[in-house]
Design a protein around this ligand. Structure first.
Ligand SMILES: *[C@@H]1O[C@H](CO)[C@@H](O)[C@H](O)[C@H]1NC(C)=O
Length: 449
């Protein structure tokens, strides 16, 4: 596609989206106590297609419709539920290990139609790593009212050091309840090479992993202090992550909030994410990803990537971040790729974003390097095209408010800045760096290149 027709494509995409979504609204919950999405239920409006639209946008919207269908089906199933209480299977919540009781209760609930596995309120259950597997009977719900806390003995993770709670091979499955999942991550953070550089770099467990599942919804729970990442969707289709609160200290290493990998048709909505790494990270194999009404910070911002590490191929497309508020994060809206990768990141829209003292509010970095030693120059790259930053306002903590550092061999194509106004937090100037980028500007854009 020529540069010009790419801009045209992008404009058409934007025109269609602007008819679909209202403009940014100030977060109504941003009071002293901060937003509480669990207390707040989101209504999901319908989305109309404009007359003219791109094929990818049509597919994107069709997948939306599917997800709305999912919500209706899951909630209508809740009327005649059979309740399976972990307490009836020997879970004591007295500080001892409750893993076996949860395993037994899961087995019973999973195999009965219309059932709900109940984790009672005001109790604190301790679990070792455990895999909750399907297939289960449809419309199975896990109701977490109380707290599930991770074992703090590293020896419990010997068999699988990458996961704590795993949900796999599930279809029409739902987690809800307003309770808490606590990864108890401190022992893992202390032994991270990012905290103590004398230690070897090893991965710590992800607190909650969904894999190989379809039509799943995770809503109204708190996930905190994960060992590493908090919530990962891997190889899933049709996912809703709604009204979540994800919290860990700002200096906890690699504690991404929500990580999306190899997953299609996912909607992340009305979430508050405050952690030590990306609030949301979207990586290879992900398509049709929508994140709406996100409150982020501290953390590293909302990221696509990193992509293409170790000369790998990566494909990410059709991502829309709409209405986000970022505070004190090290990046705002970011795309990061390593040199030497291949594949693409395309059709990406970041819009209606408020930045509050964010260090790199807008950044595309095709020379990303997160190693102790410098990365070598390599000619191949994950190609980046059709990216829009629209209605991005607020303050930058650094001078470099906008940074496009694209590949010499594969410059970024079709990047649009529209109605961007970023000023320095406190006193000072802001600047934009624009290297190897095919850039178009609309409306008022400040700072300029
Ligand atoms: C802004 O961010 C910088 C760097 O993260 C920090 O040192 C500073 O205290 C922040 N300022 C305000 C007003 O929050």
């Amino acid at each position: 596609m020529s540069q010009q027709s790419q801009f045209l494509t992008l404009l058409i995409i934007l025109a269609s989206f602007s008819t679909c979504f209202s403009s940014y609204k100030e977060d109504p919950h941003a009071t002293n106590g901060g937003p509480d999405p669990i207390a707040h239920t989101t209504s999901m409006g319908t989305i109309n297609l404009g007359d003219k639209h791109e094929p990818w946008l049509v597919d994107f919207m069709k997948s939306q419709t599917k997800r709305f269908g999912l919500t209706t089906r899951l909630s209508s199933a809740s009327t005649s539920q059979k309740l399976v209480n972990v307490g009836d299977f020997g879970a004591k919540a007295n500080g001892g290990d409750d893993t076996e009781a949860f395993r037994k209760a899961w087995k019973v609930a999973c195999s009965s139609a219309n059932s709900a596995l109940v984790v009672p309120a005001n109790k604190n259950y301790h679990l070792k790593p455990i895999t909750f597997s399907g297939p289960c009977k449809p419309y199975f719900t896990m109701k977490i009212y109380g707290t599930i806390k991770a074992s703090s003995h590293k020896s419990d993770y010997e068999k699988d050091t990458l996961h704590w709670l795993v949900f796999e091979n599930l279809q029409d499955f739902n987690i809800e309840g307003g309770g808490t999942i606590n990864g108890n991550g401190r022992i893992w953070w202390e032994s991270s090479c990012k905290i103590n550089d004398k230690l070897p770099c090893k991965h710590a467990p992800t607190a909650v992993t969904f894999q190989d599942s379809k039509n799943v919804r995770v809503s109204s729970i708190r996930i905190k202090n994960a060992q590493q990442m908090h919530l990962t969707f891997q190889n899933c289709q049709n996912v809703e992550a709604l009204n979540l609160v994800v919290i860990a200290p700002g200096n906890s290493p690699n504690t991404d909030g929500i990580h999306v990998t190899g997953t299609q048709n996912i909607q992340i909505q009305n979430c508050v994410i405050r952690t030590g790494d990306d609030c949301i990270s979207i990586v290879s194999g992900s398509k049709n990803v929508q994140a709406t009404d996100i409150t982020c910070g501290p953390g590293h911002g909302i990221s696509i990537g990193s992509l293409g590490a170790d000369n790998s191929e990566a494909e990410v497309s059709n991502v829309m971040v709409n209405r986000a508020k970022l505070t004190g994060t090290t990046n705002g809206m970011r795309i990061k790729t390593w040199q030497g990768g291949s594949g693409y990141a395309k059709n990406i829209i970041f819009q209606n974003v408020v930045m509050n003292n964010v260090s790199n509010p807008i950044i595309i970095d095709q020379n990303y390097c997160d190693k102790k030693t410098a990365c070598q120059q390599q000619p191949s790259a994950v190609k980046i095209s059709n990216v829009a930053f629209k209605n991005i306002k607020g303050t930058s903590a650094s001078e470099e408010a906008i940074k496009f550092d694209c590949s010499k061999s594969f410059p970024c194509q079709g990047v649009l800045l529209q109605d961007v106004n970023l000023v320095r937090q406190g006193n000072g100037d802001v600047d934009a760096t624009c290297l190897k980028v095919g850039l178009q500007k609309k409306g008022n854009v400040s700072p300029g290149c």
